[in-house]
Ligand binder design. Structure first.
Ligand code: CDP
Length: 224
């Protein structure tokens, strides 16, 4: 944690796939009267925009992805920034299998990363944000005053993600498939998924979401 009390408060929450970053960031933002920004959602929107063009991802060039990025925008809601694609809600599309299976390819493109990072920084210049992703505490906000690194065991991350998606407890088969998919995505994202040296680690495997939110809120309040 940096000691600079004058800079606008940015809280970063990073970690591997389905570690609970977004739901935690959303609750922390609501408690602190800040806004939540999900950087992964922006990568998902850019991917959805490119997928709409219809050709197979193996033919995608970095420029052809960037050409679609301008169709993505963010609108401020009460406690978070909401994604828009061509000005419309795209939440269901960006959480679907097509986007989830392709987003890591798009996220490897350096100029796409630069485009997303510029959008995230511009948002933080105008609003106090709790931002979650993979590299928010390293590449994007190296001077953030509070950085959190959330981890949990793969089986627990898989259980939570299925519960979130279906509202039901998973079968052991579904759990194994989901855990394997999450770990495969972690491998693809490994290069840009690193904890900052000054991040606070929270392993959420054995604690409730309320507990993890309380810990982060308490640390953030100490900085205000
Ligand atoms: O499903 P999960 O919540 O783990 O992922 P997400 O936060 O929605 O991010 C989707 C994808 O975007 C990741 O698998 C990464 O490929 C990419 N991403 C990234 O590269 N850097 C970020 N700061 C956030 C997401």
């Amino acid at each position: 944690m940096s000691a600079d009390k004058r800079a606008p408060l940015v809280v970063t929450i990073d970690g591997p796939a389905a570690s609970g970053k977004s739901s935690t960031a959303q609750m922390v933002a609501a408690r602190l009267q800040m806004r939540h920004l999900d950087s992964g959602m922006i990568y998902r929107c850019v991917t959805a925009a490119r997928l709409r063009a219809g050709d197979s991802p193996e033919h995608w060039t970095e420029q052809s992805v960037l050409d679609e990025a301008g169709r993505v925008s963010l609108v401020p809601g009460a406690t978070s920034f909401l994604p828009r694609l061509d000005g419309e809600d795209c939440e269901a599309e960006i959480r679907g299998e097509a986007v989830t299976g392709t987003v890591s390819l798009v996220a490897k493109m350096p100029r796409v990363r630069a485009w997303v990072n510029a959008l995230v920084r511009a948002t933080a210049a105008a609003h106090e944000i709790v931002v979650d992703g993979r590299d928010m505490g390293t590449a994007v906000f190296p001077d953030a005053r509070l950085k959190v690194w959330l981890v949990a065991m793969a089986a627990e991350r898989a259980r939570r993600r299925i519960l979130q998606r279906t509202g039901q407890a998973p079968t052991s088969e579904a759990l194994a498939t989901e855990a394997a998919e999450l770990e495969a995505r972690d491998r693809k994202d490994r290069e840009q998924t690193q904890p900052a040296a000054d991040a606070i680690w929270i392993d959420t495997t054995g604690i409730t979401q309320v507990e993890q939110v309380e810990r982060i809120v308490a640390m953030a309040e100490g900085l205000r």
